[in-house]
Design a protein around this ligand. Structure first.
Ligand code: VGL
Ligand code: ZN
Length: 212
């Protein structure tokens, strides 16, 4: 795949809480940062998303008496997975991982999401009610972007839903498989099936870096 000026690299939630030692650690999370930096060097447009919760976030198990993290509940907009508290606004866990600093420096925008206490937000485009936009779509369109290349954390949640919404918004979407890590194998398999069904392309970083 040749990288062109109408491509944007979307770096999803490369934050301390999703890396080893964080509150919602994804196995191998920190290990993707050097690959992300290599990718970012090749793109004219780099946009980063940042999970950015308040303590009263509806998807925190701690806000539901006796509920355990990694179980689901019904909320106003449908089913919602409960999580350990993570990515609290201004906390060290919400900061970008130090190893991804070159990519964050190069980025032209940081899209924050998940700051509405009543609605979680996995996707960089829409909150989990599937209708409240973050503004990312308009930003990309105004910049003339037609294809987004996705990497970051986690493959089966925020990368998955951002890629799905990208397609829904009319962008081509490519996921760099080895520049992401998943929370769980079952949801990772589900994400892979959704990508195949929607025409989201999955590549390895080497495939992109070799030819680009
Ligand atoms: C994420 C669960 C909760 C992610 C964020 O970045 O994939 N997953 N918040
Ligand atoms: Zn979150």
């Amino acid at each position: 795949m040749k990288i062109v000026a109408t491509d944007a690299l979307l770096v999803i939630d490369p934050q301390n809480d999703f890396c080893e030692g964080g509150r919602l650690a994804v196995a191998g999370g920190a290990g993707v940062m050097p690959t992300i930096n290599q990718l970012a060097e090749r793109f004219k447009r780099v946009i980063v998303t940042q999970d950015w919760h308040t303590p009263d976030q509806v998807s925190f198990a701690s806000n539901h008496d006796g509920a355990a993290p990694f179980t689901e509940i019904d909320v106003a907009y449908g089913r919602q997975m409960l999580w350990p508290d993570h990515c609290l606004q201004g906390s060290p866990g919400a900061d970008f991982h130090p190893d991804v600093a070159p990519t964050v420096r190069k980025s032209s925008a940081v899209i924050r999401k998940g700051y509405n206490p009543a609605v979680d937000s996995y996707s960089g485009f829409f909150e989990n009610d599937r209708r409240t936009p973050t503004g990312l779509s308009g930003l990309l369109r105004e910049l003339g972007v037609t294809r987004v290349v996705l990497c970051g954390l986690a493959y089966d949640y925020c990368v998955r839903f951002t890629a799905e919404d990208a397609v829904r918004e009319g962008f081509e979407a490519v996921v760099i498989r080895d520049a992401t890590r998943a929370i769980a194998p079952e949801t990772a398999a589900e994400a892979g099936r959704r990508f195949a069904a929607l025409g989201v392309i999955e590549l390895e970083a080497a495939d992109l870096l070799r030819i680009a």
